[in-house]
Design a protein around this ligand. Structure first.
Ligand SMILES: Nc1ncnc2c1ncn2[C@@H]1O[C@H](COP(=O)(O)OP(=O)(O)OP(=O)(O)O)[C@@H](O)[C@H]1O
Ligand SMILES: [Mg+2]
Length: 257
């Protein structure tokens, strides 16, 4: 369904319910994300943030509801969505270089009978340039810092040529300088017209980093402008006793878990 401006949403989630065993991880979640936005997903541990990302990718079975990517079913939208997993999900001892990881982004488009073309190599070089990893392209991925590894996986997602990027906690365990570098890549991906959905843990930076925020804990509690979503009463309800509220941005109450 298109909005008033006639644009088809990048992602539409309709009445989505996903369970593992008998307990729903997501319950009746409905959400529509316009193209070109940088969206943060917040909520406490176990809230269903990763499950939401996996549902958009078609990696989990739905009990009920549906997900549309640019108006198409997830199955027919393959290739339009790229995923940067949490760092813990990757085998870093695998003997593969930075360039080879980025080239994996092209594999969905390269038929099995041919090698990467000059065009594939150009796209990979551009993606590595975008994440500022060109200098290290021949290095084994196991010999990179955590933040560099994160950027290589972002390059792989960019090389895929997908319009929509989903990132699960890209800032986890990186230092402040790396966090800036990753944020810079997110901003540039957005400037190139992509839609980004990013699971994020730090409520103190959420308003600064994202155009809109999704607040979930099994159900969708809020989706909208960060200032509205980061409402102390709402956060108190969602994070219950785990939240420490403090003031650090002028005129606004912020919170950190
Ligand atoms: N593969 C699975 N099998 C069984 N239960 C699962 C599975 N994946 C997630 N869950 C459960 O679903 C719920 C939501 O998990 P999810 O990983 O989506 O939370 P999250 O918000 O990403 O949490 P975190 O902040 O800890 O990453 C949790 O109760 C979790 O234990
Ligand atoms: Mg998670």
């Amino acid at each position: 369904m298109s909005d008033d401006s006639g644009r088809v949403p990048a992602i539409e989630v309709q009445n989505l319910t996903v369970s593992f065993g008998c307990r729903p991880a997501l319950l009746d979640v409905t959400l529509s994300i316009d193209p070109g936005l940088l969206v943060g997903v917040i909520g406490p541990n176990g809230a269903g943030k990763s499950t939401l990302i996996k549902a958009i990718l078609g990696f989990v079975k739905f009990d009920f509801g549906k997900v549309l990517i640019q108006g198409d079913t997830v199955e027919s939208a393959k290739g339009k969505v790229a995923y940067v997993p949490q760092r813990g999900a990757v085998d870093w001892d695998f003997p593969i270089t930075v360039e080879e990881v980025a080239m994996m982004g092209r594999y969905g488009r390269i038929p099995w009978w041919r090698d990467p073309t000059a065009e594939d190599r150009r796209i990979v070089a551009e993606a590595l340039e975008m994440v500022r990893m060109s200098d290290l392209q021949q290095r084994q991925i196991g010999r990179l810092s955590g933040g560099q590894q994160q950027r290589v996986f972002m390059a792989r997602a960019l090389a895929q040529g997908a319009d929509i990027l989903l990132l699960d906690e890209p800032f986890a365990g990186v230092d402040a300088a790396t966090e800036r570098a990753i944020l810079d890549v997110l901003d540039r991906a957005k400037a190139s017209g992509r839609t980004l959905v990013v699971v994020h843990h730090d409520l103190a930076t959420a308003a600064e980093y994202f155009d809109k925020l999704v607040l979930i804990k099994q159900r969708l509690y809020a989706y909208g402008d960060p200032v509205q979503v980061l409402n102390p009463e709402l956060l108190g309800e969602v994070y219950e006793g785990t939240l420490r509220v403090f003031q650090d941005l002028p005129g606004r109450e912020n919170a950190r878990v």
